[in-house]
Design a protein around this ligand. Structure first.
Ligand SMILES: C[S@@+](CC[C@H](N)C(=O)[O-])C[C@H]1O[C@@H](n2cnc3c(N)ncnc32)[C@H](O)[C@@H]1O
Ligand code: SF4
Ligand code: SF4
Length: 340
């Protein structure tokens, strides 16, 4: 009652227009000081494979190949745990190459964050399965691009199909024996000319291995890479049709089939292994770096006016990086099955 009286008095003294203006300002600053619900973290930018279609490793990013330390990771979690709901481990490298990965996951989970990891699954066998199950990771995304040895080992150069399949089977068996619900295990294949005929056998393989979910994803063609990469992808891997995100126009140029007008990820930054907070998971070079979390607090960096301006432009997809953007395209994946 007292509050209402105060408000009426305030209203009488200042006038309707001013009250509305102030409320709008408050609302605007509330919207603009929102903090991200999901953040990607890159434990390392190094990789142990040479996948010919990889849009980050094959396009030769210029950032230094580096590893994040456990202390640096903890600094990040301490900064973000008050507002962030979940983290995704993985960006340009192979996260399991970081020997601290299990301690990192544990620390994030203990601090209340829903934690996921995207991995090429080649390092599960080195005692990794038990450590992974003990870490209480919530979601594990396995990038396995084929249902047969020949196809898989061509698309995932440096990996061994039999080892990966055995390790995933082992992981699922031990998880079942321990009666654990987490991690939910998702198996994913990027569809190319080389493996498109294996989609139904991929589903069967995933079911046999006992994973919780399997899906296929369309191939992204990175335009920021060198011409050689684009030509190889176009000639050897791209296939038109239902599983493609592009179609060829009359002149033979690639065009996107469907995309969002607004960015669905404008508030999901990535923290790279050297501490840069970059715009989004498409900014592999750190072109739009908001600042370095190893030097400043996350909230301070996030609220800088210049960074708010960049995010407003990203929201409307008006930055040059937003054209041919991988995450802002619709229907990029198709579920094969899910037991979740
Ligand atoms: C860049 S990798 C980093 C994590 C890890 N090294 C891995 O392979 O899962 C992240 C994801 O990008 C996917 N990817 C790589 N190149 C792609 C492309 N040209 N089109 C679509 N997805 C791609 C991978 O399959 C993987 O799921
Ligand atoms: S393992 Fe992942 S990061 Fe490494 S080359 Fe393959 S897709 Fe790229
Ligand atoms: S639309 Fe722009 S901001 Fe959004 S994910 Fe793509 S590149 Fe990043």
């Amino acid at each position: 009652m007292r509050k209402l009286k105060e408000f009426l008095l305030y209203y009488k003294q200042t006038g309707l227009i001013l009250v509305i203006k102030r409320l709008l300002k408050r609302f605007y600053s509330f919207i603009n000081s929102r903090y991200p619900a999901v953040i990607f973290i890159e434990p390392t930018s190094r990789c142990n494979l040479k996948c010919p279609i990889c849009w980050v490793q094959q396009t030769k990013i210029q950032r230094k190949k580096d590893l994040m330390s456990l202390d640096e990771f903890k600094k990040i979690i301490n900064d973000i745990k008050g507002f962030c709901g979940g983290i995704i481990l993985g960006f340009t490298g192979e996260p399991m190459l970081n020997k601290e990965i299990y301690s990192m996951i544990k620390y994030a989970v203990q601090n209340g964050l829903i934690t996921s990891m995207i991995t090429n699954a080649t390092l599960l066998g080195q005692g990794g399965v038990i450590d992974l199950l003990d870490s209480e990771l919530h979601d594990l995304f396995l990038s396995i691009d084929g249902a047969t040895k020949e196809t898989y080992e061509h698309l995932r150069q440096g990996a061994k199909f039999d080892n990966v399949v055995n390790d995933v089977r082992n992981l699922m068996q031990i998880k079942k024996k321990r009666g654990q619900y987490y991690p939910r295990v998702h198996m994913q294949m990027v569809v190319t000319k080389t493996n498109v005929h294996e989609i139904s056998s991929y589903k069967q393989l995933a079911e046999r291995l006992g994973v919780d979910r399997a899906y296929v994803k369309t191939l992204h063609i990175e335009q920021r890479g060198d011409e050689k990469y684009v030509n190889t992808i176009l000639n050897e891997y791209f296939i038109e049709g239902d599983h493609a995100r592009y179609q060829l126009d009359k002149t033979g140029k690639l065009e996107l089939k469907t995309e969002f007008h607004f960015c669905p990820k404008w508030e999901n930054p990535v923290i790279t292994c050297d501490g840069q907070i970059v715009l989004c998971c498409f900014d592999i070079e750190g072109q739009y770096s908001f600042g370095n979390i190893f030097q400043e607090d996350f909230k301070m960096i996030w609220n800088k006016q210049k960074n708010k301006v960049i995010r407003q432009q990203a929201k409307k997809r008006s930055l040059s990086i937003c054209q041919n953007c991988l995450p802002a395209q619709k229907n990029i994946s198709e579920e094969l099955f899910s037991n979740l």
